[in-house]
Design a binder for this molecule. Structure first.
Ligand SMILES: N[C@@H](CCOP(=O)(O)O)C(=O)O
Length: 499
């Protein structure tokens, strides 16, 4: 696609189309060992700890002023080059080694930021927005990380470092949908396999990888058990791990923060970003993204970060309950049934990243700026339904986020002077089964939720009393009978509506 660079201001022109630069490398969070990105690597071969991707040339980012970066990203919005339409608008911060030809773009990123209506803001006493990551191609935020991870795999294939790949992931349902979708786009060179905890993903989520043609394996247990199997597979066989243990996933998910910064015209003063925590890759990425923009002078304030966990899957919340950093000890938990099923994780693989990045984040902020709150299952469901009955399309994790905001206000972690951004991590439709069970009062006891009649909404079946007036495909009604049918049913509906 041709781009007329003359349309752009002269000082911006050389930066509009990024060219690939080397310099990325894996760094172990445990022993600090460094490794090249030319191999598929998920944990440190020396100490088995998780990795992050760093940029040897990151100082070069500071050769461009923060204000110029802002303009570069604003002008890039005008581009029609597919590779730069999604998360790679921020190429220099997402994956500067990846040439544009290796970038996969399926429409991810730049999801809408929707301000809550006055009623909801008055009810909660806070000004807030949902960032609708359910409007990504596979209907969850995972597509950000997957676009990055699969672009990195395409890069390795394009460069001849690998020829064929079997990708694998454990999932509560969103990661698998996304992995299968992006792998299927790459065709025969990347075969996708996903592991799901049997009966612990929603039917919509199960349908997604099946529809994309992935091999789907269901195993007994919960997500944490699947994750252990996948970790074993990835350390024993030549497979590409697509969970967020894969550091490329973190890079891609940093785009969420870059977009929030750009959406608010780079003004992060008095902003609070709330993120549900499951495998903890997302909160790591969100903090890291803001830190990178802050270090490059693109934003001059670090927003407050508040993670949210359900009382039924709260290991990160428990870790931070201890005020003395030196005494904190991470202990995995056994999860209990949670309607925020995507976050029903007791042993998050990114916990070491959370600990390290949160420390850096607080240090750069000059005060504590990362918090974690805990919410009840009842609050998750009730706030999800409240949000969606006010024009949102949020999943149960988004409900968890809103419940977390209300809890944070009760704890004085946030006040009326601040603006809150909530992460609707997936589309409501994926999790509509929980809504259905809530409305029918059929949620299993283990969730600890009772259905509040204020939220219940069930369909009303309206049919003529006379069986002769009931239309069917096998026996269509004659014209006069059909007219009677329409009149009869309309009158009944009008009565119900009080017309
Ligand atoms: N909620 C996730 C769990 C896996 O997390 P990831 O960060 O490793 O992708 C899912 O949808 O599977």
């Amino acid at each position: 696609m041709n781009t007329n660079l003359n349309l752009f201001p002269e000082d911006i022109r050389p930066h509009i189309i990024p060219s690939p630069k080397g310099g990325l490398y894996y760094k172990c969070l445990g022993c600090g060992a460094e490794y090249g990105i030319e191999e598929l690597l998920y944990v440190c071969p020396a100490c088995n700890e998780v990795l992050l991707i760093h940029d040897r040339n990151k100082d070069q980012l500071n050769a461009i002023s923060g204000e110029t970066w802002q303009r570069i990203f604003d002008y890039r919005k005008m581009l029609k080059i597919p590779a730069l339409k999604g998360i790679y608008r921020y190429h220099e911060f997402i994956g500067p080694s990846i040439p544009l030809e290796s970038i996969i773009y399926l429409g991810e990123g730049h999801t809408p930021l929707v301000e809550a209506n006055t009623r909801l803001q008055e009810k909660t006493g806070l000004k807030f927005y949902y960032k609708n990551d359910g409007q990504n191609p596979s209907a969850s935020f995972k597509d950000r990380g997957m676009a990055s991870a699969l672009s990195s795999i395409k890069y390795l294939i394009d460069q001849g470092f690998v020829s064929e790949v079997i990708s694998i992931c454990a999932s509560t349902g969103d990661t698998s949908a996304s992995a299968a979708l992006y792998a299927s786009y790459l065709g025969s060179k990347v075969k996708s396999a996903v592991l799901l905890p049997h009966k612990k993903v929603t039917s919509a989520q199960l349908a997604q990888p099946l529809g994309s043609g992935a091999r789907v394996f269901e195993i007994p247990g919960v997500f944490d058990d699947c994750m252990k199997v996948v970790e074993h597979l990835s350390s024993s066989y030549p497979v590409a791990l697509l969970n967020s243990k894969n550091a490329w996933r973190i890079l891609g998910q940093e785009s969420y923060s870059y977009e929030i910064a750009q959406d608010f015209d780079w003004d992060m003063d008095k902003k609070v970003v709330m993120v549900p925590i499951g495998n903890a890759g997302n909160i790591s990425a969100v903090m890291n993204g803001f830190l990178k923009f802050y270090n490059a002078g693109i934003i001059n304030k670090l927003p407050k970060i508040i993670g949210v966990q359900s009382e039924h899957a709260d290991p990160v919340y428990r870790y931070y309950l201890e005020p003395d950093e030196g005494k904190r000890k991470f202990i995995p938990v056994q999860t209990q049934p949670s309607v925020a099923q995507a976050a029903m994780i007791g042993n998050p693989v990114s916990m070491p990243r959370v600990i390290q990045i949160a420390r850096e984040y607080d240090a750069a902020s000059g005060h504590r700026n990362v918090f974690v709150v805990q919410v009840k299952e009842q609050q998750i469901m009730d706030w999800q339904l409240t949000a969606n009955q006010n024009g949102h399309i949020t999943c149960t994790q988004g409900g968890e986020c809103l419940a977390g905001m209300v809890q944070a206000k009760a704890l004085d972690l946030v006040d009326e002077s601040e603006t809150v951004i909530l992460d609707a991590t997936a589309h409501a439709i994926k999790f509509s089964g929980f809504q259905d069970l809530y409305f029918k009062g059929e949620l299993a006891e283990g969730y600890g939720i009772s259905s509040d009649s204020r939220f219940i909404n069930l369909p009303d079946f309206i049919s003529p009393d006379d069986p002769e007036l009931i239309p069917s495909q096998e026996k269509p009604l004659g014209p006069s009978q059909f007219q009677k049918f329409v009149k009869d049913v309309s009158e009944k509906i009008a009565t119900r509506l009080g017309l």
